[in-house]
Design a protein around this ligand. Structure first.
Ligand code: IMO
Ligand code: MG
Length: 429
């Protein structure tokens, strides 16, 4: 932790690396937790006092009193879903109104953005992205094309602005030949209730606030959503989300200078998963993939979809470490591999012309992974109480990863069950 700097925590794969659990463990050290991109497409699972929660738009620092939680300008917010999430938290005894500040510059996801999301996906047919259907792409599209509706707009002539935006969306949907508007009226009603509810929160100029907190030497953690391979610039485009999920996104999504970034924590699983469509070089279609899915409970927190599973891809991770400037790695769910005879890690790609590379190329849908085999440790690591209890084979595996990625693995989690507190199982080696 560096005083006067923010630390950034982000996913290095295709999302679902376990960011929520790690933020949960790290928050006691921080005064402020801030979200900088994404929206309700995220599903950060964490546990507080034995109870499991899935957070979508609200920062994971919300469970602890005395922390400031910020939803930054880079986030897209759906008022109806936000209200549902926030009210659930309030009901379970977590007061939010003083703890949560929302940037006036954050963009609003309108009900028609969600319809547009569906319409664009339908138009793509078999090439669909497999989005979460939360309107993420259309909302960021409106932002970039300078047509967006922002939280700050709620404070002035809102109904009028809303109607104009909706009208524009309806014309776009008509051009796409979209006719399914079932439930729109009810959704709009709930959405407007969400707007009224949001007014009870503090709307801030979060760039001013966060820089003031930095000057006051407060410790700030920026909580990323999704993962590096879903980044709109560096991910497996077009099968990506519509925001910058990488470390630079924390600068643009909160208004922080790059020289104010301290530690960059990169989270990865000991294997790899992805939801939705798109290339995934190390994907396993066999029993091993199924075993990983079962043992790792790899089903989506937002959509309940089965996650695609595969071996760890070090070419991809090396690329993620590079574009994020990762200073420390965190490896999750290592215990999922406990029972395997052999564990594989992709160490290079064979390109269509037969050459090999360790640099992630422009296209990854036609590469062949080249694997290195590791002896399985065949030990129940969830029982390990200290680092010297880690089996030798596992240490070898970790040492290889650190060497290959030229970055220290500072925290290793050996507990994958959703319902077990991660606090005891995250340990430094
Ligand atoms: P967390 O924060 C995993 C994926 C979707 C789809 C693509 C685009 O929980 O790690 P979108 O709705 O964003 O336009 O969908 O991105 N995706 C995620 N996959 N974890 C997430 O978030 C994701 N958020 C979006 O499945 O392939
Ligand atoms: Mg998720």
């Amino acid at each position: 932790m560096n005083t006067g700097k923010v630390d950034v925590l982000l996913g290095l794969q295709w999302g679902d690396e376990g960011k929520g659990k790690v933020v949960d463990v790290l928050t006691p050290r921080y005064d402020v937790v801030a979200r900088f991109q994404g929206g309700p497409n995220a599903g950060h699972t964490l546990e507080f006092e034995g109870q499991k929660y899935v957070l979508r738009s609200i920062p994971s620092g919300i469970f602890q009193g005395g922390k400031v939680n910020i939803i930054g300008n880079g986030v897209v917010l759906a008022p109806d879903l936000f209200m549902g999430e926030a009210k659930d938290l309030e009901k379970s005894g977590h007061p939010l109104k003083e703890r949560l500040h929302i940037s006036k510059k954050a963009h609003l996801i309108m009900p028609t953005h969600r319809i547009l999301d569906r319409a664009y996906e339908a138009a793509k047919g078999k090439d669909k992205v497999g989005t979460t259907g939360k309107g993420i792409g259309p909302t960021y599209t409106d932002k970039i094309s300078r047509n967006g509706l922002r939280v700050g707009d709620i404070l002035c002539d809102f109904e009028q602005k809303y109607a104009a935006h909706k009208d524009r969306h309806m014309k776009m949907l008509a051009a796409l030949g979209w006719t399914d508007f079932e439930g729109l009226e009810e959704t709009e009603k709930l959405w407007m209730e969400g707007i009224a509810y949001m007014k009870e929160f503090k709307f801030v100029d979060s760039e001013n606030e966060i820089n003031r907190l930095l000057r006051e030497s407060k410790h700030i953690l920026c909580e990323g959503a999704q993962g590096t391979m879903l980044d709109v610039d560096f991910g497996s485009y077009p099968f990506v989300t519509s925001s910058n999920t990488i470390c630079a996104g924390a600068c643009t999504g909160l208004g922080i200078g790059p020289n104010k970034v301290g530690n960059v924590y990169g989270i990865m699983k000991a294997y790899c998963t992805r939801v939705g469509s798109g290339p995934f070089p190390t994907e396993l279609f066999d029993e091993t993939g199924k075993t990983i899915r079962d043992l790792g409970h790899e089903y989506g927190a937002v959509t309940g979809r089965e996650r695609r599973c595969g071996w760890i891809d070090l070419v991809q991770l090396r690329y993620s470490v590079m574009v994020n400037g990762v200073t420390e790695l965190i490896m999750m769910k290592s215990d999922v591999l406990d029972s395997f005879e052999t564990i594989k890690a992709c160490v290079a790609y064979e390109l269509p012309d037969g050459t090999e590379t360790k640099d992630s190329p422009y296209e990854i849908d036609n590469v062949k992974p080249i694997y290195k085999d590791f002896r399985g440790w065949k030990k129940d690591m969830t029982k390990c109480k200290s680092q010297d209890e880690f089996p030798e084979e596992f240490r070898e595996y970790v040492a290889f990863l650190e060497n290959y990625l030229e970055t220290r693995i500072g925290i290793i989690s050996v507990r994958s069950e959703e319902h077990t507190s991660e606090l005891q199982s995250l340990r430094r080696i």
